[in-house]
Design a protein. Structure first.
Length: 354
């Protein structure tokens, strides 16, 4: 079970981080295509005692995979097979875009962290929607009980001006809402110029209202809608978002995205400076993301869903978020360091102690 960390240390650390990511992800998807992950699905499956209902949706486990790993919805089935209770795909934009120039993904191994400035690279909402629809139908067919859940995370196309952002989000909503189990409006990535300006209440209110209305119309049902916020918001801004979410009867908030700060890192400062701009994720984000979660739990209604993400590495971190008021917990960066048995290990420990 601990073979992967050795492979990571001796093989992947010698590869370009983005190439290593695609290599490892392709291997997981290949295992699914040849039927291997399906054959061992019971080995990875979360204990039934971990099932919970959130936003009216049945989740097989409170632990899932955050957006950013499977941007194009190419590996939903494979990732579900290896134990994630939900897979949030994206971020997806209204138009296809290549993302930022290479290199754009960097490891800080000493900190168990990653800096990325990917820039929402994806094939666009229409192409991704077809994949999500196919995967959702396959999950319904494969699972007789509680199936893994698919979340869809949408963001702004880089070339679209901020004043036209709502229309761009609505295009993604129009394509994807009918196939998602829940929808997330991402206004907190630091890698699309100006995007975080949409976190202001004045900009966020019409965006969330219009996306929510269209999502329900397209889906023909109420589609749970959440907003994903940055850890770099001030406490006052977090409080404003909480107030707005309550006002709009939003289904939930995801806290938090990556950070632009570089505080408290043990990695060589010159190396960090050389990497430059991008969002930092991983262990260094643990403290602030937990602070934001606790603040939100005190401010929003008890029935509003909070999904915690940021610095989640093990079952202890998941339990800490659940005890702090999270309804669901997501991870991402530690997956790169721990490999395909990571979700299983967390679920197994949760079942023993939760």
């Amino acid at each position: 079970m601990r073979i992967y960390p050795l492979v990571f240390k001796h093989v992947f650390t010698k590869m370009d981080p983005e190439k290593a990511h695609y290599f490892a992800f392709d291997a997981i998807k290949l295992a699914q295509r040849v039927g291997l992950t399906k054959a061992v699905r019971k080995f990875f499956a979360p204990d039934p005692k971990l099932r919970r209902t959130v936003m009216g949706i049945d989740f097989p486990s409170p632990f899932g995979l955050a957006a950013g790993f499977d941007k194009g919805a190419t590996g939903i089935l494979a990732l579900s097979d290896i134990g994630f209770g939900h897979v949030e795909i994206g971020t997806v934009t209204g138009q296809a875009q290549p993302g930022n120039e290479l290199p754009r993904l960097f490891r800080l191994v000493e900190d168990r962290a990653v800096i990325n400035r990917m820039g929402f690279n994806n094939e666009g909402a229409e192409t991704v929607a077809a994949r999500v629809a196919t995967a959702r139908q396959q999950l319904k067919s494969d699972y007789t009980g509680t199936r893994p859940v698919i979340g869809v995370n949408i963001g702004k196309t880089k070339l679209v001006e901020l004043e036209d952002a709502i229309g761009d989000y609505l295009e993604s909503t129009r394509q994807l809402a009918n196939h998602a189990d829940y929808l997330v409006v991402n206004v907190s990535s630091p890698n699309t110029p100006g995007l975080r300006l949409l976190q202001s209440v004045e900009s966020l209110r019409p965006l969330l209202r219009e996306v929510g209305e269209l999502a329900d119309q397209v889906a023909g049902r109420h589609l749970p809608l959440l907003v994903k916020i940055a850890p770099d918001l001030s406490d006052e801004d977090v409080a404003d978002v909480a107030k707005l979410a309550t006002e709009l009867n939003l289904d939930g908030i995801i806290a938090t995205n990556t950070t632009i700060t570089r505080d408290g890192l043990t990695s060589d400062s010159a190396r960090v400076e050389e990497i430059g701009a991008g969002g930092l994720s991983g262990a260094p984000l643990k403290r602030r993301s937990l602070e934001v979660l606790r603040q939100l739990r005190e401010l929003v209604p008890a029935q509003m869903t909070l999904i915690a993400v940021g610095g989640v590495e093990n079952a202890g971190d998941v339990k800490a978020r659940l005890y702090a008021g999270a309804d669901l917990v997501q991870g991402y960066t530690a997956f790169l360091y721990e490999g395909p048995f990571w979700a299983r290990a967390i679920n197994k420990e949760l079942a023993r102690n939760l």
